[in-house]
Design a protein around this ligand. Sequence first.
Ligand code: CP3
Length: 380
Amino acid sequence: MGIKLWINSDFLVKGCYSQALLQHLTIYTNIYLVIENLMTSSPLLNALAGKKSSRPPLWMMRQAGRYLAEYRAVRQSQSDFISFCLNSEKACEVTLQPIQRFDFDAAIIFSDILMIPWALDRNVHFIPGTGPKLTPWTIDIPLDNTLLDKISTRLAPIGKTVQLTRSKLAAEKALIGFAGAPWTVITYMIEGGSSRDFTDTRQWLWFHPKKFEALLDYVTEATIHFLVVQARAGADVLMLFDSWANAVPAERREQIVVAPIRRIIRALRKLGLKQPVIGFPKGIGEGIINYAEEAEIDALAIDHMTDAAWVNKILPKNMPVQGNLDPLSLLVGGSKMTKSIDHILDSFKDRPHIFNLGHGITPPTPICNVERMVQWVRKS
Ligand code: CP3
């Protein structure tokens, strides 16, 4: 395209053919590169690089999942959830499904935060209707460092999924790799599954602080290995889900929520891995101020319990944010949902923003409401 636009006949008339041609071609090449860059670069990566745009890129937490009939069809063919996550072809297929259906700006690799306990031999099972079950971690279990050395090999199939998915994804769509933040993963390990109040894990903090610290270091190291696998395989962005950060006593947040994230990011940078990292410390309220300052993340994912207008006021001006529609507003849809979307768009209009939910989409969500959300955000 366009070469005629940039070379005119002046240089021929003036008789300085070769120099002028060279100059024009250089200008042309530079402009072409800029145009090409604008055309192929990813809106999500632009937002993470701190660029504002009139319409925010969007994707949804848990976008590959049971609310999609095409996901349920593939899921049916796999009785065991872990084997499903380790099956690169099938995992790639379901990772791409929400992009094919909604044209989101990013795909998130299909895997789970509990792949780390699985790789650490914690006997992880997903029981339909009940959730995950693990052999609970007890105080007397030794920390086996030889298992850390095996993480990259055991989780290599997820690297393969990343590679395969990246090869099938359009250039402007970003691919997100992820892990659970160490605290959230540890809650599943100690409780032996999901929990409402995390009593056993929180008791460790008071009764066995040294043992807890050692376990935190151990899981943090495992998380670094897992993210390195995904980053080296071609993930463009990394996200750390701290879904149960709300359960950490406020005065322990620095040690348990913030410091492990900083350590993970520093380790990645030391290895030369430059992928932007999104942190999601769900439910920590005013704690996001310190988290944004100290965790060394590139962007902050906001839950739906935190008001977008307040977030915009208290965060550094150019810090990219992601969020934060209540996933349950997608059950009701209509003007209740669009009003809520407008509040978010309006609050974040002057900063880099990635539109998303405040937590994962739920299985009963009607597809038409997701479609409406996408249209509404894109028309803004
Ligand atoms: O699109 C995506 O986001 C797909 C990848 C993904 C899954 N889990 C697949 C999954 C991601 C990013 C996760 C993260 C995850 N897993 C978190 C952090 C985010 C959050 O929602 O807070 C947590 C806490 C888990 C742990 C987990 N995995 C639980 C508690 C459960 C059972 C409850 C449930 O939602 O079913 C899972 C299973 C799971 N992970 C499913 C999916 C699609 C559903 C299982 C199924 O299909 O049978």
